[in-house]
Design a protein around this ligand. Sequence first.
Ligand code: HEM
Length: 176
Amino acid sequence: MTPALLVAHESPRDTTAAAPAPDAADQGDHEHGAAVGEGETAYEMPPVAEALVHHLHNKLVHLPIVLTPIALLLLLADRRRSGAGYLATPLIWLAALGAVAAYLAGRAQEEAFADGPKAWLVEVHERWGIAVMITLGLWALSILWPRTKGYRWVLGLVGAGLALVAAFYGGLVAHG
Ligand code: HEM
């Protein structure tokens, strides 16, 4: 993986980026859906393997953000009519593991913001992200303790709320 694949778009320290080229892999700051301007060419698909690891954090965060509320809803449904809860278990584990992976990928991307105007925002976002990771980790571990079954949804609710806040700040870091 080249360093260029780990750096953040819009970064003031993104010295690895070449002069803006229309076919560069990173076109994150372009207006989405804007017409192709004069002298510009249409976006060219980078190699899939490269595209998959480019801004890895921005991809991995979808696991906790999406799976946490779904697993929570399944647990709540299980309180009314038993049966849906067993489906929640793999989702909770996947959300927790996704949060750990997102944390590691986020740490790799944060350097690009060091000393930049958003450095403080990355710090704030990181704290919320760590809170998400810890909460989802506890949520997953609670599955190993059957006595928590009736109350497990509480950790899911807290995790979903924290993930929303972390995602809000993450969006500001990336696009604000
Ligand atoms: C599981 C917890 C976390 C969640 C849910 C989360 C969520 C997000 C989201 C939604 C974005 C915007 C992605 C996009 O618009 O494409 C983002 C960006 C970012 N996050 Fe996180 N994040 C988490 C943890 C962390 C941690 C622990 C760090 C460590 C510093 C971190 C660093 C970053 C950075 C540097 C960006 C900007 C990436 C870029 O676009 O260049 N995140 N995060």
